[in-house]
Ligand binder design. Structure first.
Ligand code: DX5
Ligand code: ZN
Length: 215
């Protein structure tokens, strides 16, 4: 049974309070919050003031995915805004080990996110220091893209590395997760499913979350 992390990027921002209440009333454990800066990725989403507001609307885990350059400049602000897990991209960090330490020192769990082109072996010397790996199954920047099938091989490789070096690390799969591919993603070794469009564009989001949870 995977942890379900609905991505608010696909929600209706005019009805954000209702969308938060829906997740609160569902079996989803985490809120997945996608922060984009228009530099690391070719899109801009939402940032600190929105996350501060969401913090007041839930006691569930806020899983913040930073798709930004120089994340070290903002880690403290995201801690103050109420993030529980903060993930930074390996491709955006020249000093990843220091960034992970900073996130831990601020009292958050630390994740490293990896783009589709980034090989798993680059995680070998950081895997013992992180709590989560966000394995991107689409190119970051947009919701609603198709799952890249090669990700399944990367999940299996990452599962093996994690089992050998740090078994408690969560493997989060982010992008294009749906009711058809979730079983193979979990079978390959994932423990957290991010789902944006699959949840928020469905007729009954609470039921869709329940179905993902059953897989
Ligand atoms: C993409 C984001 C994802 C996205 C997932 O850059 O990191 O979290 O919101 O959306 P879906 O599930 O619609 O692909
Ligand atoms: Zn994300």
């Amino acid at each position: 049974m995977a942890i379900i992390a609905p991505s608010l990027l696909a929600s209706n921002f005019l009805r954000l309070a209702d969308e938060c209440a829906m997740i609160n009333n569902s079996e989803a454990e985490w809120f997945h919050l996608d922060v984009m800066d228009g530099r690391f990725v070719p899109n801009i989403s939402f940032g600190l003031p929105v996350i501060e507001q969401i913090r007041t609307a839930t006691t569930k885990v806020l899983d913040v995915h930073l798709m930004i350059e120089e994340p070290e400049k903002y880690a403290e602000a995201f801690a103050k805004a109420g993030a529980n897990i903060l993930s930074v991209h390996i491709e955006a960090c020249r000093n990843l080990h220091r960034n992970i330490q900073q996130i831990h020192d601020l009292g958050m769990k630390a994740g490293v996110a990896v783009n589709p082109h980034t090989p798993i072996h680059l995680l070998v010397d950081i895997i013992e220091d992180v709590d989560l790996v966000n394995l991107m199954s689409v190119n970051p920047g947009f919701g609603g893209q198709a799952f890249i099938p090669y990700t399944l091989k990367k999940i299996a490789e990452l599962r093996q590395l994690i089992n050998e070096r740090n078994p408690k690390v969560e493997i989060e799969i982010d992008g294009g997760v749906n009711l058809n591919n979730a079983a193979s993603i979990i079978a390959a070794g994932a423990t957290v499913l991010v789902a944006g469009n699959t949840v928020f564009k469905s007729k009954n989001p609470i039921e869709t979350i329940a179905q993902l949870k059953k897989i």
